[in-house]
Design a protein around this ligand. Structure first.
Ligand SMILES: [Zn+2]
Length: 324
């Protein structure tokens, strides 16, 4: 009678699944099964994962035929079944008041029976990877359940470690190359702000009104002028470390913004006085900001934050995960 909303552990328990990390795991019908319950008190979404031995494009997976209620619920999308390499995702959505463990089990078991009959798995006691060693306990890692022997797990762990760059990896090429990207960003940043000041200058005494949402989009794009090149260049270092990527993204995007602001001021001064003066630009910088309105400064700060966030988002190395 257990329903997920009443007691999720009891619900999973009566399906033969016990808590392990963020999942409930166990064996059912010879298959290692993992369960994640989404929104147990609301619409209730049951995400089952069933581990098998085949690749996602295996011909056996193309011609599976389900019968009775499972087939009806598949037609109405209350149940969905999808295959990836070595894993099947069985989703049960909004089965209503009768979302009890008995009913869920009665729907899951025929599906597992079809999987078994189609040869998705060999000897259910064996490691799914070497298919030689007997495995008693299931593990869950990176949100997946797995039936894997210690040797195969160690092998995969070693591969994961080899794929994970140390935090400071590639610090030298990143430090040497990224200033060039920051400089490109600085020119683009200055060009954008110079264009912006031209566009928003009052024409014949009229004030130009720009919708705020358009301004927000413009600020994101201006942020991208610096964040984009800086992030992209850091990303070209394939074995970049996480700490180095983050530090370089923050440092060089801020540097790009700073140089860009100076270039913009150089342009403003040149337009007024027809002289190119970097020292003049640096000199007038404090007055320029103090003289700008709060709204304009707020917008500029938003663009700076966007530059840093985008640079970091692009540069961040992908998290290596255990291949299971
Ligand atoms: Zn093995």
């Amino acid at each position: 009678m257990d329903a997920p909303g009443n007691n999720i552990v009891a619900f999973a328990g009566s399906l033969g699944l016990t808590p392990s990390g963020e999942l409930f795991v166990g064996r059912r019908g010879g298959f290692p099964v993992g369960l994640k319950v989404v929104d147990p008190h609301g619409a209730v979404l049951l995400l089952f994962q069933v581990r098998h031995w085949l690749l996602g494009n295996a011909p056996q997976l193309k011609s599976l035929a389900y019968e009775g209620e499972v087939s009806d619920l598949l037609a109405t999308k209350k149940i969905e079944i999808e295959f990836d390499d070595r894993i099947a995702w069985v989703t049960m959505i909004d089965l209503g008041q009768t979302f009890t463990s008995e009913r869920v089990g009665a729907l899951l078991d025929p599906i597992l029976k079809v999987f078994g009959a189609a040869g998705l798995i060999g000897d259910p006691e064996l490691c799914h990877y070497c298919q030689k060693e007997k495995v008693d306990d299931l593990i869950s890692a990176d949100g997946k359940v797995a039936q894997i022997c210690p040797t195969c797990l160690a092998e995969r762990d070693k591969k994961l470690k080899a794929n994970t760059a140390p935090a400071a990896s590639e610090a030298v090429p990143i430090a040497l190359m990224t200033p060039a990207a920051a400089l490109v960003g600085a020119f683009l940043w200055a060009a954008c702000w110079s264009l912006y000041s031209k566009l928003t200058e009052p024409l014949d005494g009229e004030t130009v009104f720009v919708p705020r949402i358009l301004l927000a989009v413009a600020m994101v794009l201006i942020g991208l002028t610096v964040g984009g090149p800086v992030g992209w260049l850091i990303k070209q270092n394939r074995r970049r470390g996480g700490a180095v990527s983050a530090a370089a993204a923050i440092l060089f995007s801020l540097l790009g913004v700073f140089v860009g602001e100076i270039l913009h001021l150089v342009w403003l001064i040149y337009r007024e006085f027809h002289v190119v003066s970097f020292s003049g630009a640096v000199h007038v910088m404090p007055d320029y900001y103090l003289g700008s309105g709060g709204f304009f400064l707020g917008m500029k700060v938003f663009a700076v934050v966007m530059a840093v966030v985008l640079a970091y988002g692009i540069a961040k190395p992908p998290k290596a995960t255990l291949e299971l």
